[in-house]
Design a protein around this ligand. Structure first.
Ligand SMILES: *[C@@H]1O[C@H](CO)[C@@H](O)[C@H](O)[C@H]1NC(C)=O
Ligand SMILES: *[C@@H]1O[C@H](CO)[C@@H](O)[C@H](O)[C@H]1NC(C)=O
Length: 338
């Protein structure tokens, strides 16, 4: 595929995902096969909570107005939920040995917002709306408030009853793009989804501990990652000293230093092209053939990035969903029903 054909392809696929192509009413196109039962306006069609979308949006707006990092937090939470054993809200369950308790999911946020939305919905439409759908809707709204695309969320997910820390298989931030792609493919996503969803790193923060290897001991060489541009290296070393004083918290730094206000912009991709990525996995996008071309396209077109992001978020939100009589509608997102 030439670059131009690929752009057109991304745009068309995005339109399909957005339901803008006449006759496409269901989620079947673009979503993994098991997501086919998801539909638009599930709660309206079943007359169980017709106004769920404005209720969720209002709560997300209240939080967004005070915390501009709510979009990256929700995206990470949704990613952790969907990639680990499907979009069944299992990441939200409290308790010993749950997914939430794994060292690999440490630092996830936005749980309180999900609780708040659930509380409001239980008051308005008791026992109707799943935590898994709430997480997908809230993420879409936060992305939109941050300047990202608005896209329809297909609904009808149910909540899982199992969560296990041992299932947490999220890759390390220093992973190579080949291993990262193998991970996405193992979940039913593809290279375009990977390049697009990594673009979520255009917003949000990360702990220094995730990049110390790139700054001081890349691949056990005792040196920095040679692919990092020198001013970026100097800047990041200042933010992330090699050793912390006893009791000093691990610093939080912006994943995209060009975007301190956490807006949905495409400078993440420009930084990949100019060797200024913060995470190793991001910088690797420069070195794959397919990943380079799409990075280049998104760096030059925010509209393509937005369309692609809407499409890949819909695909991720459909991974291994529970529908029909499987699972349950949790009454409290932190615990399974009695
Ligand atoms: C890391 O080191 C190993 C062994 O020395 C080498 O084979 C590999 O290519 C290195 N990886 C990178 C990304 O430099
Ligand atoms: C980025 O790194 C690559 C390979 O290490 C190099 O060829 C390229 O010129 C660098 N680009 C910039 C803008 O520094």
């Amino acid at each position: 595929m030439t670059k131009q054909q690929r752009s057109v392809c991304v745009a068309i696929l995005a339109l399909i995902a957005l339901g803008m192509v006449a006759g496409v009413a269901h989620a079947a196109i673009g979503l993994p096969p098991e997501a086919a039962p998801l539909i638009r306006h599930f709660y309206k069609v079943h007359n169980t909570c017709a106004n769920v979308e404005p209720f969720v949006r209002h709560q997300v707006k209240l939080v967004y107005d005070n915390d501009r990092t709510v979009a990256p937090k929700l995206i990470k939470l949704l990613y952790a939920d969907c990639m680990i054993n499907g979009c069944d809200a299992s990441i939200l369950l409290d308790g010993p040995n749950t997914e939430k308790e794994s060292p690999k999911t440490r630092g996830l946020g936005a749980f309180v917002l999900i609780d708040k939305i659930k509380q409001v919905l239980e008051a308005r439409c008791p026992g109707a709306v799943s935590c898994a759908d709430i997480l997908n809707l809230a993420t879409r709204d936060a992305v939109f408030f941050s300047g990202g695309p608005s896209y329809p969320v297909f609904l009808g997910r149910r909540d899982g009853r199992d969560s296990n820390a041992a299932w947490v298989d999220l890759p390390s931030p220093s992973i190579s793009w080949e291993s990262s792609l193998a991970y996405f493919e193992s979940k039913g996503l593809d290279v375009q989804d990977m390049v697009t969803l990594l673009g979520a790193h255009t917003m949000g923060r990360v702990r220094c501990s995730n990049i110390l290897d790139r700054l001081y001991n890349f691949n056990n060489t005792g040196k920095s990652d040679p692919s990092m541009e020198s001013l970026t290296l100097r800047y990041l070393r200042k933010q992330c000293p090699p050793k912390l004083k006893l009791g000093q918290p691990n610093p939080l730094i912006n994943l995209n230093p060009s975007n301190p206000t956490h807006r949905f912009i495409n400078s993440y991709y420009t930084r990949v092209l100019t060797n200024k990525s913060v995470l190793g996995v991001d910088q690797q996008l420069r070195y794959g053939g397919d990943t380079y071309d799409l990075t280049d396209e998104f760096a030059s077109s925010i509209e393509d990035f937005k369309g692609g992001f809407a499409y890949s978020m819909s695909r991720m939100g459909g991974l291994k969903v529970l529908t029909g009589t499987k699972g349950e509608i949790r009454l409290n997102c932190r615990m399974v029903n009695k």
